[in-house]
Design a protein around this ligand. Sequence first.
Ligand code: NOJ
Length: 564
Amino acid sequence: MDNVQTVAHDVRSPGRTWWKEGIVYQIYPRSFMDSNGDGVGDLAGIASKADYLASLGVDIVWLNPVYRSPNKDNGYDISDYEEVMEEFGTMADLDRLVAALHGRGIRVLMDLVVNHSSDAHPWFVESRSSKDSPKRDWYIWKPGKESGAPNNWKACFTGSAWELDPATGEHYLHLFDPGQPDLNWENPELRRAVYAMMRRWFERGIDGFRMDVVTLFSKDPSYRDLRPGEGMFSPSAPYICGPRLHEFLREMRKEALDGFDAMMVGEAPGATVESALELVGEDRGELDMLFQFELMGIDHVEGDKWRQKPIDLVEMKRVVERWQLGLAGRAWNSNYLMNHDQPRSVSRFGDDGRFRTESAKALLLFNLSLAGTPYIYQGEELGMANAPFASIADCRDVDTLNYHKEALAAGLGEAEAMRSIRYMSRDNARTPMQWSGEANAGFSTGRPWIGVNPDHRRINAEAEEADPDSVLHFTRSMTRFRRERKVLVYGSFELLARADPRLFAFLREGEGERLLVEINFSGEPTAAAALPGDWTILISNLGPSGGPRPAVLAPWGARISAPA
Ligand code: NOJ
C-alpha cells in the first residue's frame, strides 16, 4: 500500500465549457487521407472524411501542423505560420475543411509551434545574417566557450542543443533539431508578432491551439549547465517552466485570446501536478489544460524512452490518481493514451495479439471515463497496432533515425535497436490510417510516404463498419455514453482496489449519478471490485449491458455500472 489517501474529491469546476465537455480527435494530416495520389495525406483528404469524423461523436478536431515547412520534423519546423504546406493543399482547402467541420458541429484546433521556428523561416534567415540584424535577438545566440558550445544542454533528437553558425561565429540554441532554432521569448517584438499571428488565425475561424512544448518558452537567464542526473525534461532543468513563463502566458491570453471563445491546451514536458496547477489553474488566466508526460514515461528506464520496462499497473494507477485528484476542482485534465509522438496505445497498454479487440475497447472505455477532456488519436478507434518495421529503412522519423545511428555507434546490436524502435518509435503512430483492406489501405492511390501496416487487410474502417462488434462501433457507443452522462465530465474520481495488479477500478460521482468503472488490464480473468449493493451494467466491451454485475471480469473486460 502506498500512502495516498483514498478520498473522493469533487472535480466540479467553476465554469462549464465546450472544451471540458468535448471529446477531441487528433489528426496527423500527413497520414490521414490522401486526395491527390501523391502519397501524402492532405486537407482535402481530411474534408472527404468529415462525415466519418462526425459519425465518431467527437466534438473537436486537433490538426497536427499544416503550415509551410521543410519537414525536417514533419511540420514542427515552420517556415511560414500563415501559409499551408504545399503537399497539404492551399489556404482555401483549409477554409473548406474548417467549414465542413464547423458545419457538422465540430470545432477545430491547430498546432501552434512557437518555441522554435524552422531555420528556413525568414525571421531566422534575417537573424543569422549578421550580429546587427534587427531580428538577431528574435533567436537565442551565444558565444561559445573554449570547450565549444555555450553550455552542456542536449537537443531532444541527439547531440548538443547548440549549433555554431560560421557566418557570425556564434552558436544558436535548438532544443530539437538544428533545423528548429529556439525563438527568444524575452524579445517583446517577437512576442507581439506571435500574438498578432494567433489573432489572425482566430479571426479566420480557428477555435483554439495545441501549444507545442509550451513549458520550454522561458529559459533561465543564467544558462547554467544541466546538473549530473538532470535529464532533458527534468522538472528542474533550466528551461522547464522558466522564470517568465507565467508572465508570457498571461500576456498571450490578454493579447491574443481576448474577445475569442478559444481554448489552449499546452504540451507540457517536465510538468508536475504542482507546476500544472500554476499553468492551468482555473483562476490563473494562462492555459486551459495541458498534456502531462508522467503516464507516457511509465515504461521508460531512467527517463530514456529507448530503454523500456514492462508497465506496472499499480504504478499507472498511482500516476492517474495523482493527476485526477491533484487538479480536482482547481484545474482541468487532458487524458490521452497516445498521440503522434507515442506508440499505438493497444500495443503499449493493451494486447495487440489475442485480445486486440477487447483491449482496444477497454482502453477507450478507460480514457473516456476519466475526469478531464479525452483525446482519441486517429486509428485508435479501430484498434490500430504498432507496425512490424523490419529495418531502419522502413522508418522516417528524425528521432528514430538518430537513435538508430547513435545506438549502433555505441555498440548496441541491430536486432536490439530495432526491437526498441518497434516498441517505441513515433513512426508507429504515423503509418497511414487504415480505411480499407485494399492497396495502401485505401489511404492513397500513390505510394505512401511511409509504408502501411500490413495488418490493414484485417484491421480497417470498412471491415469495422460492417462488424457490429468492432472497436469502431464500440468507440461510437462510448462517445455517446459520455455525452449523455455529465457525471463523467464533472463528477468526482475515487480510485478503488489500489494494490490490485490487474484491476483498474474507480467511482465517478456527481450530477445525481454514481458510476463504477472497472477495467481488467490483463489477459486473465480477475475479481471485480468489492463493493456492496447491486449494480447494473450500463456499457461493457464484452457481454450485453442491462444485467447484474458478475463477480469476475473476463480477460480485458471493461464495463461501467450504476447502482441497481
Ligand atoms: C512536440 C511534438 O509533438 C513533436 O512531434 C515535435 O517533434 C516536438 N515537439 C518539437 O516540435
